[in-house]
Design a protein around this ligand. Structure first.
Ligand code: HEC
Ligand code: HEC
Ligand code: HEC
Ligand code: HEC
Ligand code: HEC
Ligand code: HEC
Ligand code: HEC
Ligand code: HEC
Length: 391
């Protein structure tokens, strides 16, 4: 057999080595490619919270996805930090967001319903009742109670401009993603409570908030963090808010002021206005007709509606013919304070002494009379003029 020359051997071996190496590189690359493909497919079907937050995490205040609404100023980001502290922290995004069926951008929205606090929580409560867990899950009962009161409120009605939505839904006041109720008595609870005027005012009731911020209540709440002063919900309630034009509101608001200003409610009840109001008529002067509603100031403030300079004008809203003399009437006069209401004090003391004097004189006189009678009987004294009368 003829021997193959060494040089050809070398060429063939080199060829095979190179071919092998090439193949190795090729398959490796293929494998890599395949694994990324597979990964992509997996990610597309993954609907866990981490994936969602991959795009929706609120950092720097906006969503980092091109085409997102946040670029036009609409918030779309979720703060993961706050979400994990919320009452819904153990839930999957897609448990609520049944309409989201992919993790692509933008989503092709599925047919599922949009999340709805009311429907979901009514169902949860029914389940808790069936399982006899109403005591353990008492807080869920609070949610349902709030739903019930909310249902009859002004906010649950269709909006006048856009009938497809209500005036204010739960998540307009409570951001579902971060909603959590701090325990009573903690500073976090105080902080939460102090945000109420902003919740009402920032997006919807800016005019009222502006006026309120200048009032004695607003200054106490917003500047001095005084929880004892009235915020929006102390006067309007939080979930059973009614139209302020209704008679029920006009009657209940008086009681609401009175829960804090008990003395003023008592003295108001003693007046003509208060009596008429108590009988169920809302047309008469109520606290806010004289004091205003959102811009209430101390009566000593020259801008107050009941400051002596402005009082006549305030009364004239209803008492058209009133003159300066009319406002000497004190809506909160009481008989116990000489410094504030000296005339009333003097008149009341005079009436008391008159009453006491009459009774003292009466009993003294009668007593002396009886005494004389007794003495006369003892002395068998004859009174001819009396016998004549009795004949
Ligand atoms: C690849 C990025 C990305 C991922 C992952 C993602 N989203 Fe989105 N999502 C977006 C973008 C972008 C928009 C905004 C589209 C727009 O503004 O029209 C959006 C909008 C939404 C909306 C508002 C839809 C509406 O009514 O217009 C919801 C709800 C939502 N995403 C939930 C989710 C949930 C739940 C997940 C996890 C399953 C998720 N997203 C995962 C990018 C993403
Ligand atoms: C307890 C239920 C619930 C959970 C859990 C939940 N959401 Fe929402 N989400 C809502 C509600 C309610 C809305 C408001 C819907 C509306 O007004 O149409 C909303 C709105 C959104 C929107 C629209 C943007 C906006 O602010 O209006 C996005 C985006 C969104 N959610 C993403 C998520 C992501 C991401 C998660 C998981 C980290 C998540 N949600 C978890 C209930 C939930
Ligand atoms: C898709 C269903 C769903 C939606 C929508 C939803 N929740 Fe919840 N919510 C839950 C579940 C589940 C829990 C936990 C229940 C438990 O503790 O057993 C919960 C818990 C709560 C709790 C705490 C109860 C406790 O045990 O302390 C409150 C408060 C609450 N939700 C309020 C709301 C509000 C307000 C909204 C709307 C802004 C809302 N939820 C929307 C399902 C939902
Ligand atoms: C107009 C705004 C507004 C709307 C709409 C609203 N709430 Fe509230 N809600 C409030 C305010 C304000 C508070 C805080 C009250 C407080 O601190 O005394 C509150 C408190 C709560 C609490 C905590 C109660 C407690 O005592 O711990 C729950 C639960 C709640 N709301 C559920 C709901 C549900 C469910 C809906 C929808 C059916 C809803 N809210 C609609 C304003 C609103
Ligand atoms: C001291 C009680 C009180 C407080 C606090 C209060 N309101 Fe009012 N509000 C009233 C009274 C009384 C009326 C009805 C009479 C009127 O229109 O002035 C009213 C009326 C309204 C109306 C109906 C429209 C209007 O102006 O007549 C809105 C809206 C309103 N309030 C929002 C708010 C908001 C938002 C806050 C918190 C920033 C707030 N209120 C705080 C007593 C109050
Ligand atoms: C007819 C008008 C009128 C009505 C109605 C009225 N007030 Fe007054 N209020 C005044 C005047 C005027 C003052 C100034 C003090 C004075 O002259 O007695 C005043 C003073 C006050 C003060 C300051 C503290 C004080 O005692 O001087 C408070 C608080 C107050 N009113 C609350 C109320 C409440 C609460 C109601 C309803 C239950 C109410 N007012 C109804 C006119 C009214
Ligand atoms: C939640 C309790 C609360 C409610 C409800 C409330 N107030 Fe007040 N109000 C306060 C507090 C606290 C102050 C501040 C007292 C102070 O600084 O001396 C105040 C101050 C006032 C003052 C000034 C008192 C002064 O001596 O300068 C008037 C007037 C007043 N409120 C009227 C009203 C009227 C009218 C209503 C109902 C429409 C009302 N308040 C509802 C708590 C309340
Ligand atoms: C919202 C309207 C309203 C305002 C504001 C008002 N009143 Fe009256 N007031 C009435 C009504 C209604 C009666 C009952 C009159 C009747 O039925 O004849 C009444 C009755 C009275 C009466 C007893 C009956 C009478 O006519 O002599 C006095 C006194 C009085 N008001 C004083 C005042 C004073 C002072 C002010 C201002 C600080 C004031 N009122 C503000 C509506 C108002």
């Amino acid at each position: 057999m003829k021997r193959i020359p060494g040089s050809i051997k070398l060429v063939v071996i080199t060829f095979y080595c190179l071919a092998g190496l090439f193949a190795l590189i090729q398959t490796d690359a293929f494998a890599k490619d395949a694994s990324t493909q597979q990964g992509k497919a997996q990610q597309l079907s993954k609907l866990d919270n981490a994936t969602c937050l991959g795009c929706h995490e609120l950092s720097n205040g906006s969503l980092h996805v091109s085409g997102a609404k946040s670029e036009s100023g609409q918030p779309h980001g979720i703060s993961q930090e706050k979400f994990v502290k919320s009452v819904h922290n153990e839930m999957q995004c897609v448990t609520c967001h049944k309409e989201i069926t992919d993790a692509s951008s933008p989503h092709k929205l599925g047919p599922g319903p949009k999340p709805d606090c009311v429907a979901c929580h009514l169902e949860l409560w029914e389940t808790a009742k069936k399982e006899n867990l109403t005591n353990e899950k008492a807080r869920l009962g609070v949610v349902v109670r709030n739903v019930e009161t909310y249902k009859n409120s002004f906010h649950a009605r269709p909006n006048a401009d856009d009938k497809t939505r209500v005036n204010a839904a739960c998540d307009d006041c409570h951001n579902t993603h971060i909603f959590s109720v701090p325990p009573q008595g903690t500073t976090r609870r105080t902080d939460w409570h102090l945000t109420i005027p902003m919740v009402c005012g920032e997006n919807c009731h800016a005019d009222q908030l502006e006026e309120y911020a200048e009032s004695i209540h607003g200054k106490n709440v917003l500047e001095m963090r005084n929880l004892k002063a009235a915020d929006c919900t102390d006067c309007h309630t939080s979930h059973s808010i009614t139209s302020t034009l209704k008679n029920t509101f006009k009657l209940s608001i008086t009681e609401n002021c009175g829960t804090c200003h008990t003395e003023n409610l008592d003295t108001y009840r003693d007046t003509y206005h208060g009596q008429v109001n108590k009988l169920g008529y809302g047309y008469t002067a109520k606290c806010y007709d004289c004091h205003g509603s959102h811009g209430i100031l101390s009566p000593s403030d020259p801008k107050s509606k009941v400051h002596p300079n402005n009082r006549l004008k305030t009364c004239q809203k209803c008492h058209k013919e009133a003159t300066q003399g009319f406002v000497t009437f004190s809506p909160h006069a009481n008989t116990s304070s000489f410094e504030r209401y000296p005339q009333v004090w003097i008149v009341s003391r005079f009436m008391w002494s008159l009453l006491a004097g009459v009774f003292i004189f009466f009993w003294l006189h009668t007593g002396l009379w009886w005494y004389r009678e007794a003495q006369d009987r003892k002395a068998r004294k004859v009174h001819p003029e009396r016998r004549k009368e009795s004949k």
